[in-house]
Design a protein around this ligand. Structure first.
Ligand SMILES: [Zn+2]
Length: 124
């Protein structure tokens, strides 16, 4: 148990640095959690891009997810934007996974293979 003095010092420390990251408790300006998460994600990839259709808990045709794309978040978002335009539909990027609305598996496979990726259709 930290002494009251230490607790107060901690409090002063965090307030004088503005907002802190809840995960690493560093000031947000010095937080590297996103970077680290991204590096871990990229390090875990096997070079295969997986396309999967997911319908559970979703209305209509569900979404097509693309995981394993070896790109940092920023470029992943740019790729997602291009794919959405290609399919003429909406989508999003969540935790390194691109989601495209509807069943776009074939179109996405062709598009990604055209960009030089090794693509596998996974699941049903
Ligand atoms: Zn952090």
């Amino acid at each position: 148990m930290a002494s009251l003095q230490d607790q107060l010092r901690g409090l002063v420390y965090s307030t004088e640095h503005g907002e802190t990251c809840p995960a690493c408790r560093q000031p947000l300006a010095e937080c590297r959690c996103d970077e680290r998460a991204e590096q871990e994600r990229l390090a875990a990839l096997d070079g295969i891009v997986r396309i999967r259709r997911e319908t559970s808990g979703r209305k209509g045709k569900g979404v097509t997810t693309i995981s394993g794309v070896p790109l940092p978040e920023k470029e992943l978002k740019a790729l997602a934007k291009a794919l959405k335009q290609r399919c003429g539909t909406g989508g999003a990027v969540k935790s390194g996974v691109i989601e495209i609305q509807g069943d776009q598996r074939e179109a996405l496979k062709i598009e990604l293979e055209g960009r030089g990726y090794t693509v596998k259709l996974a699941g049903g």
